[in-house]
Unconditional design. Structure first.
Length: 90
């Protein structure tokens, strides 16, 4: 296994992690921004008001995008395992 092969596997794994984690994180970001604007407008400084909607949004994102996230992870894993023989043989 050459250095280029290692770099390609690491690059693909980092891209896969970013791709899979993006939908729940973006939903949490959007909901957090909306809640922050709401708190600033109404002068409500309740801590649970900031966390509970974000947690629910992340769970909803995992529920909505879960099948897609699983298929991305599955295809990456199958690709790495199917090419394991090529990496070991070199």
């Amino acid at each position: 296994m050459s250095g280029g092969d290692v770099l390609k596997v690491v690059q693909d794994s980092i891209f896969t992690v970013i791709l899979v984690s993006a939908p729940p994180l973006l939903l949490g970001l959007v909901v957090g921004l909306i809640v922050s604007v709401f708190q600033a407008v109404t002068s409500i400084q309740e801590a649970t008001l900031a966390f509970v909607p974000k947690i629910l949004a992340v769970f909803a994102g995992i529920y909505i995008f879960g099948a897609w996230m699983w298929s991305i992870l599955e295809s990456f894993t199958v690709g790495v395992i199917s090419n394991a023989g090529n990496y070991i043989a070199r």
